[in-house]
Design a protein around this ligand. Structure first.
Ligand code: TYD
Length: 132
């Protein structure tokens, strides 16, 4: 599975750093929704779904967490731990997020509004769909 970590350029000076996210520029889609996870409890594992069409970019704007990504053939485990890394998650990728640091703020940009019918929340169903 090809993992795309988007490099997000920071504008830094002696005051600090700033990163701008722009649709169809450093974010490779039209941004329709932004959400963020924070105050995630220790030992919590979440996600456990894939999307039929949604594309997302996840950024640990503070702290760190781990992702398990699975396209039905291969599983990849990686750590997001820097606000200059954007993890592109294509459709039909099963994802689980875990090992959140207590300060982790995980921001996610999405190319569609929230739509429960786009979710595949059952792993055997996901495998059937990617094999079909
Ligand atoms: P959930 O899908 O359980 O999150 P995760 O995949 O990280 O475990 O979402 C938690 C709740 O938030 C659930 O009630 C659905 C709601 N939600 C929205 O209303 N809008 C959104 O954009 C998202 C991602 C979730």
């Amino acid at each position: 599975m090809k993992i795309q970590l988007l490099p997000l350029q920071a504008h830094g000076d002696d005051r600090g750093s700033l990163i701008a996210l722009e649709e169809e520029k450093n974010i490779p889609f039209t941004i329709k929704r932004v959400y963020y996870l924070f105050d995630t409890g220790q030992g919590v594992r979440r996600g456990f779904h894939a999307h039929k069409s949604l594309k997302q970019v996840a950024i640990a704007v503070r702290g760190s967490c781990r992702f398990l990504l699975d396209d039905g053939r291969e599983k990849i485990d990686l750590r997001l731990d820097h606000p200059q890394q954007g993890l592109l998650i294509e459709s039909f990728v099963w994802r689980e997020m875990y090992d959140f640091s207590p300060d982790c703020v995980l921001m996610v940009l999405a190319d569609s509004l929230y739509d429960e019918s786009d979710y595949v929340r059952d792993y055997p169903t996901f495998l059937q769909m990617v094999e079909a």
